[in-house]
Design a protein around this ligand. Structure first.
Ligand code: AMP
Ligand code: ZN
Length: 120
């Protein structure tokens, strides 16, 4: 479960400090160290799941829990008028930390379009 090389497992274990926004038995949320907006939280399962590709039906509960926490935490941080959740996955998704995390990004009128519109 605990991956000794995983930075977010180390945060869960209290081995690396964080600005904690929430903790319960299964989940934790903390402020992103390089925020992209006034509100930028990372909501994670305490249990190590590397990527969304590695999630199984046994993870449905915790993945649902992360999503249900998102609006509660967003509101508590001052993003009560909308926010965005992003879960970068794998190489193409540019996932940098290999422990599932939901980005909760918001703040007053800070978000642009979801992605730049190109030719597809
Ligand atoms: P991703 O590309 O979705 O894997 O994003 C990883 C995020 O983790 C980035 O936004 C980083 O700024 C953030 N991050 C990396 N290390 C830490 C840390 N020690 N505390 C808080 N956020 C971190
Ligand atoms: Zn981990």
């Amino acid at each position: 479960m605990h991956d000794p090389n995983c930075i977010f497992c180390k945060i869960v274990a209290g081995e690396i400090p964080c600005r904690k926004a929430h903790e319960d038995a299964e989940a934790m949320a903390f402020h992103d160290i390089r925020p992209l907006a006034p509100v930028h939280l990372l909501v994670i399962p305490k249990r190590h799941i590397a990527t969304l590709y590695d999630a199984t039906p046994a993870d449905e509960g915790i993945l649902g829990r992360l999503l249900v926490l998102a609006p509660v935490l967003a509101k508590a941080q001052g993003a009560g008028d909308g926010f965005r959740v992003i879960m970068n996955t794998g190489r193409v998704g540019r996932q940098e930390v290999q422990h599932i995390h939901l980005h909760v990004i918001g703040g007053p009128d800070t978000l642009g379009p979801m992605l730049p519109r190109g030719e597809h």
